[in-house]
Ligand binder design. Structure first.
Ligand SMILES: Cc1ncc(COP(=O)(O)O)c(C=O)c1O
Length: 423
């Protein structure tokens, strides 16, 4: 459900919004705005929830680094026993620098380069999740050059269309670029079995993101397990089933995925198949643990609209513009006594698509007020950019009353780093 006013990661204490025990206004004054703030206790709680739901099966939480690759956050997840689902050499580099053991990493993505494959082999990751025949041929060749064997699972496309809030986040149906077509998968395993540098150890599906019902997972898993049995009969015995990520969270009043219900469906199936279970949660571990603090610069009234212009926009948080994503926007100060108005909360960027909330009914903010955009721990900073010459914001980690700067705000010099300056 939506975050409780008193007990969520960002409670109101005497009316004022806090991050854990620390006043949001205090953080904004200390570190400036726009500012990403993460509540580590909340992330710990989410990991514990997954662990207890899936306790009855041997499992690995391979955190999806793309959701938020901050080093401090990755390090914290690694110490909680998580591995990593990576999609590039850059994410591999981050995860290793953060101290996550490579043997807990799986590598997905449709366009892995030879360089990335070699890097991952040298680091001895757990497995590649392979998305095409030609990719597997490349992995075979790169492993051959190194005189090693590449462990892999095929990411199969189960042709399951999951209901997600946006078409861009559906990945399990036949006409996406993701995964190996269902009918081709058995032959790919048989081919790989004969190759001296390939080691088929698993199978993988990822059907989409922000899915709130177990049912499409069950459909996909049942399909995939039928393939696992057929392969076993053929003498190809797999070790792991990776069911991807995509477990939905609550952005508004609608509930997210009930992890207990999901586990009740998934665990018996995976146990019966004698497989290790891999899960790749991203937003469901870190999404609710983040807020974006942004300050109101101006309020502009036009004949048809009231615009609340803040110092953070689509360069800091692109989800509203890119996915039509909804994020609750709260006044940090005690809102009682304020008139309620319908406003557009917009950023300073020169795009009509630069908004954080449209036609939002909320306590009317004034210039200088601090706002908290909620549920931005995933796909927030990770998708931030320097568009319009914007400096990417600082990131702060709060744990109880402990506050750590996880990433400093960028400077103008950061903006031009790597560029040749005209002399
Ligand atoms: C292969 C794979 N695994 C895991 C995830 C994580 O999804 P989520 O953050 O919704 O859990 C994604 C997201 O795109 C993905 O592509």
């Amino acid at each position: 459900m939506g975050q409780s006013l008193l007990t969520g990661p960002f409670p109101r204490i005497e009316g004022e919004l806090h991050c854990g025990q620390v006043a949001a206004e205090e953080l904004a004054r200390r570190f400036g705005t726009p500012l990403y703030v993460y509540n580590l206790a909340s992330i710990r709680g989410r990991v514990a929830l997954f662990r207890s739901a899936f306790a009855e099966v041997d499992h690995l939480l391979a955190y999806s680094v793309k959701a938020n690759g901050n080093l401090m956050l990755l390090h914290a997840l690694g110490t909680m026993g998580c591995g990593a689902d990576i999609t590039s050499g850059g994410e591999l580099f981050r995860a290793i620098r953060a101290g996550i053991p490579a043997e807990r990493m799986v590598f997905a993505g449709v366009g892995k380069t030879e360089g990335e494959i070699g890097y991952a082999l040298d680091e001895r990751i757990m497995a590649f999740n392979v998305e095409s025949r030609s990719e597997l041929e490349t992995i075979d060749a790169v492993a051959g050059e190194r005189g090693t064997r590449a462990p892999f699972g095929v990411r199969v496309n189960p042709d399951v269309l999951a209901d997600t809030p946006h078409a861009y986040t559906r990945t399990g149906h036949a006409d996406t670029k993701f995964g190996v077509p269902w009918a081709e998968a058995p032959e790919l395993y048989r081919w790989a079995r004969e190759r001296p540098h390939l080691d088929p150890i698993g199978i993988d599906v990822h059907i989409g993101s922000q899915i709130v019902e177990p049912e499409p997972y069950v459909r996909a898993i049942d399909r995939v397990l039928s393939l696992v049995s057929a392969l076993k009969a053929d003498g190809i015995e797999l070790e792991y089933l990776d069911i991807g990520g995509g477990y939905g969270i609550s952005y508004d009043d609608r509930p997210g995925m009930d992890l207990g219900a999901l586990a009740r469906d998934v665990v018996p199936r995976v146990r019966a198949a004698g497989l290790k279970l891999l899960l790749e949660p991203g937003r469901s571990l870190v999404g609710e643990a983040g807020v974006l603090l942004t300050r109101v610069q101006y309020v502009k009234h036009t004949p048809t609209k009231t615009f609340v212009i803040v110092d953070g926009g689509m360069s800091e948080l692109i989800r509203p513009s890119h996915y039509g994503g909804y994020h609750s926007v709260d006044l940090v100060a005690d809102p009682s006594g304020r008139d309620v108005a319908t406003v557009d909360v917009v950023g300073p960027i020169c795009e009509t698509g630069d908004f954080l909330a449209l036609d939002r009914s909320m306590p009317m903010p004034d210039a200088g007020d601090l706002l908290a955009v909620r549920t931005v721990g995933a796909y927030g900073f990770a998708m931030a950019s320097n568009y319009n010459g914007r400096l990417r914001p600082a990131e702060v980690m709060v744990d109880g009353d402990l506050v750590s700067l996880a990433r400093r705000r960028e400077t103008f010099e950061d903006l031009i780093r790597g560029e040749e300056e005209p002399s």
